[in-house]
Design a protein around this ligand. Structure first.
Ligand SMILES: Cc1cc2nc3c(=O)[nH]c(=O)nc-3n(C[C@H](O)[C@H](O)[C@H](O)COP(=O)(O)O)c2cc1C
Length: 180
């Protein structure tokens, strides 16, 4: 009985963590502790991937000049100029042609959830397939065979945000599509 209860408790904690994360677009200038950053990177490293191919690499940018240049290149990611860290997940289609993007997206989400658990804010700004991806690659000397999935701002939040979700009843089907 007791063992069941403690299991339920840990399930609830995960849900609270997941529901409590918000995309943060305003950051304090306080730096991110290297131990915290390391934990977030480890969380990304341990994401599941198709055939455990791990078709990802990670680039960390803290240099202010580079962050400002990245912000100029990304029309919807201006906040990376202010976040003290930018986490850049790189995806390698030569390692897994079919699933490289979804695998690297999972690693990125794991990074973001770990960051949230450490009281750090993040915001994903999509890059892959955009007409400015090649400019980001050039700026950061990223080799041809890698694609830039996103710029992920990381830092201490200087805002509180809310968000909405579609109701589960409109999303979930049972046994066959259309059956509620
Ligand atoms: C693939 C992807 C691309 C995104 N691109 C941007 C972006 O370019 N700029 C931005 O401000 N937010 C971006 N976001 C963040 C979403 O706007 C945000 O996750 C969504 O509004 C839900 O809000 P929440 O994360 O606070 O729950 C992106 C998120 C994802 C998953």
């Amino acid at each position: 009985m007791e063992a069941n209860n403690s299991k339920e408790d840990s399930i609830l904690d995960a849900l609270e963590l997941l529901k409590g994360r918000r995309s943060i677009r305003k950051y304090k200038s306080s730096p991110v502790e290297s131990e915290k950053l390391e934990k977030c990177l480890e969380a990304a490293q341990w994401a599941p991937s198709a055939s455990n191919k791990q078709p990802w690499e990670f680039l960390i940018v803290t240099d202010e000049g580079k962050r400002k240049k990245l912000a100029k290149l990304h029309p919807y990611g201006k906040f990376v100029a202010e976040s003290p860290v930018v986490f850049i997940p790189l995806t390698n289609s030569t390692i897994h042609a079919k699933y490289h993007q979804s695998d690297t997206a999972l690693a990125t989400l794991q990074f973001m959830i770990q960051a949230h658990s450490l009281n750090l804010g993040t915001c994903w700004a999509g890059v892959i397939g955009t007409d400015f991806e090649h400019k980001i690659k050039k700026l950061l000397k990223i080799p041809e065979h890698l694609q830039v999935l996103a710029l992920v701002a990381v830092g201490y939040a200087d805002e509180t945000r809310s968000s909405e979700r579609k109701p589960l009843t409109s999303l979930v089907h049972k046994e066959s599509y259309g059956l509620k």
